[in-house]
Design a protein around this ligand. Structure first.
Ligand code: SAM
Ligand code: SF4
Ligand code: SF4
Length: 368
């Protein structure tokens, strides 16, 4: 694909698109109750069939179209992204896209240690590992009896020792579940390069039985922390940064909060999301995605590639110029129509959607 001058696009609220989160895999080796509760995602659950997932060629083509319109950061997620075969090959190709400055990965960490060297060599810059408990028994329960705390802690150590630019830990604290874990988790990572970020428990999807009372807000967690370790607020690194950042006053490092419930940040939201089957979602709480696969596969058939859904290690064949142009136009149109601000209108929207079923996309489809 030829190098071209990017054409910035903004949505109806004047927000640019800067960040694309790519779900490379819809399945997961965990069953966290707040995301894929085991009783609802059982052995009979119908995940995507391999041919329904985007191939690497297709993912790269879509990422290029987004980069053309201003995206400079990519995050690979899932489901569990490390279940996708040959992921370093995808990272390498995404890293070669004009305008892409940063590639990150969000993972539960179980499969990370072995794959990390190849991912780093391919150009992965940052990793976020999810960790909700340091109690081995509780950790296992919170993974739907599939995870292993010590393997994940080893993976975090491996990531810290690697040349990655940043290692973060995502932690979801729920009332009545793991609030006693705030201080132990911070204690473990204070005075290390690992930045812990507390994500408020969100009403993503329709299957996690979310209730407002289960949410422990950032303010509540801050109070607990400040009683132990005074914190100083930090300025955002850039406009649209998701986390509110704090530093330990004693120099113990940095932590962050993602306050989707208590302090929504839709005003600066510049994130788009791509599902493993090729739909673009303009909000974490969208009800509907925009399917780019028909466009891609029509173009590919004309050219004789991009149609298998397999992760071919062969040299990719370029899309036709008309498909590239159509894909860029589709991305621009999707973004230009965007008006999402779910978190800011949560109460109102929850009320109006109350009687409908399956009206929000599930977290495992678009990856947070
Ligand atoms: N499987 C990978 C992992 O767990 O890191 C990547 C996908 S997972 C959906 C991405 C992030 O979403 C994780 O950090 C997870 O804790 C978070 N998450 C999932 N469901 C959530 C919910 N209902 N509220 C807040 N965070 C959630
Ligand atoms: Fe848990 Fe991530 Fe898997 Fe969801 S996608 S069940 S958060 S490990
Ligand atoms: Fe962005 Fe939607 Fe979250 Fe608001 S609710 S910050 S628009 S993803």
């Amino acid at each position: 694909m030829s190098a071209t001058t990017p054409q910035a696009v903004t949505d109806r609220l004047g927000r640019p698109v800067r960040d694309l989160r790519i779900s490379v895999m819809d399945t997961c080796n965990y069953r966290c109750p707040y995301c894929m509760p085991a009783e609802k995602f059982d052995d009979n659950y119908q995940f995507l069939r391999p041919h329904q997932r985007l191939s690497f060629d297709e993912i790269v083509a879509i990422a290029e179209a987004f980069a053309y319109h201003g995206v400079n950061k990519l995050r690979l997620t899932g489901g569990e992204p490390l279940l996708r075969k040959n992921l370093p090959q995808l990272v390498q190709r995404l890293n070669a896209i004009d305008g892409i400055e940063d590639i990150a990965l969000t993972t539960n960490g179980l499969l990370l240690s072995r794959q990390l060297p190849d991912l780093v060599a391919a150009g992965l810059k940052r990793v976020t590992i999810s960790l909700d408990s340091l109690d081995a028994e509780q950790y296992r329960r919170l993974s739907g009896n599939r995870g292993d705390l010590h393997t994940v802690l080893r993976a975090i150590d491996t990531a810290v020792a690697s040349p990655l630019q940043s290692v973060k830990v995502n932690c979801v604290i729920q009332r009545g579940v793991n609030e006693q874990q705030v201080l132990p988790i911070l204690e473990r990572f204070r005075h290390t390069p690992v930045v812990v970020r507390f994500i408020e428990f969100m009403d993503v999807g329709n299957k996690n039985d979310w209730h407002r009372e289960q949410v422990i807000t950032a303010a509540e967690i801050l109070e607990v922390i400040q009683a132990h370790w005074p914190l100083l607020p930090l300025k955002p690194n850039y406009r649209g940064e998701v986390a509110s950042r704090y530093a330990y006053a004693d120099g113990g490092g940095e932590i962050g909060f993602i306050t989707s419930i208590s302090q929504p940040f839709c005003g600066d939201c510049s994130r788009a999301r791509l599902s493993a089957d090729g739909k673009v979602y303009t909000c974490l709480f969208s009800s509907r995605g925009h399917d780019l696969r028909p466009l891609l596969r029509a173009g590919a058939d004309a050219k004789g590639s991009h149609s298998t859904g397999a992760d071919s290690l062969k040299e990719p064949r370029p899309l036709s110029d008309s498909t590239v142009a159509a894909l860029r136009q589709a991305v621009a149109d999707i973004w230009a129509r965007r008006t999402d601000r779910y978190s800011e209108k949560r109460s109102e929207l929850r009320q109006s959607r109350r009687n409908k079923t399956s009206n929000k996309i599930e977290m495992y489809v678009i990856g947070g």
